[in-house]
Write a protein that binds this ligand. Structure first.
Ligand code: NAP
Length: 315
């Protein structure tokens, strides 16, 4: 039987790698399962200018690579595997991964949330070249430019309003006439002189793939079928995120949208009771802030709690 791990960290984004640095420095030899999106959302961002300590900014993939090396230096191990199923009812916990079974005394869930994309090939080809799902991360690069935001919920409204700080014009595109967004957010958007709302409109194609930068959008009016082109330099998706926590359903509490419910930021629960030895950090449990630095902060907290738990249980 394979050895029992002290700590398995699920996910290798900012939260998971910070948890890895802390647990590795505590001598716990954490095993990080890198998952299906190694490096998390930072690995698809370009310049990160709001992570403290980098006065000139740092490329997202470089920041992640640095964190990975930092944890490895203290003994963290990495495995390119994703979780297939989990059994938290037995101690040590049993994880079935794409590379076999792992048993562990503690588990840190840092599997993140994946931004929803439209799924167009042209959109996917231009991620990081004018297509983004994070206004806070990338809005700054569109100073003085015209851009578009897709979505009809609060995220899209918030992104559109935020992006008016940089862009000269923001066109908000929504596929229906009715909005999910709260009235107050929608009212703000409608009252903003630099935001134009286009409803019943879908993006058919992002233009600029050959030039490796967004040049515009081909749009379709869903009521009339009319096609049109919108010249813009940036496209922001504000159509929501999917927390990567489905495999925990029934074993820890998730909220209505599938985010892990936590107590005191990092303790997971089952039917309201704390699940000892299982912690969650980063975007899988945070729908509100979703920043690299907040994910890192909660990764640190989860690691400190895991360390305390292992010590108390004599591991
Ligand atoms: P959301 O409320 O689920 O809205 C997603 C929007 O994206 C919907 O308008 C949806 O259109 C659209 N959409 C989804 N898939 C699409 C596709 N493939 N193509 C085109 N459009 C698509 O998600 P959210 O805006 O991220 O909000 C999530 C939760 O966080 C909400 O509870 C929200 O109130 C909250 N939140 C609050 C704030 C705030 O208060 N400041 C900020 C952000 C988020 P349909 O309407 O047609 O389905």
């Amino acid at each position: 039987m394979a050895e029992i791990q002290n700590t398995v960290i699920l996910g290798s984004g900012c939260a998971g790698l910070t948890a890895a640095i802390y647990t590795a420095r505590a001598g716990l030899k954490p095993l990080v399962l890198e998952g299906h999106e190694p490096g998390g959302q930072l690995s698809i961002t370009s310049l990160v200018e709001n992570f403290p300590g980098w006065p000139d900014g740092i490329q997202g993939p470089e920041l992640i690579d640095n964190m990975k090396k930092q944890a490895a230096r203290f003994g963290a191990a990495y495995q390119l595997a994703h979780l297939v199923s989990v059994d938290l009812s037995v101690c040590p916990f049993r994880l079935t991964t794409s590379s076999g079974e792992i048993r562990t005394h503690s588990l840190i869930i840092a599997s993140g949330a994946s931004a929803r994309w439209l799924g167009l090939p042209s959109e996917q080809a231009l991620i990081g070249h004018g297509v983004s799902s994070c206004a806070t991360c990338d809005g700054f690069f569109f100073r003085g430019k015209e851009i578009a935001v897709v979505g009809g919920g609060d995220s899209a409204m918030e992104e559109a309003l935020f992006l008016t700080r940089f862009a000269t014009k923001v066109t908000l595109l929504h596929r229906r006439d009715a909005f999910r967004a709260s009235k107050i957010m929608l009212d703000r958007v409608m009252a903003h002189p630099n935001i134009e709302l286009r409803t019943s409109t879908v993006v058919e194609e992002v233009l600029g793939v050959d030039e490796h930068e967004v040049k515009g959008l081909r749009l379709r009016d869903v009521k009339t079928g009319t096609l049109s082109e919108l010249p813009i330099s940036g496209l922001f998706l504000g159509i929501g995120h999917e927390p990567n926590a489905k495999m925990f359903a029934g074993q820890i509490d998730l909220d209505a949208d599938g985010y892990v419910r936590t107590k005191d930021n990092v303790f997971t629960t089952h039917n309201g009771e704390v699940v000892e030895g299982v912690y969650a950090c980063g975007d899988v449990q945070d729908r509100r802030y979703r920043q690299a630095i907040t994910a890192a902060g909660s990764g640190c907290m989860a690691a400190l709690e895991a360390e305390k738990f292992l010590e108390e249980h004599g591991h």
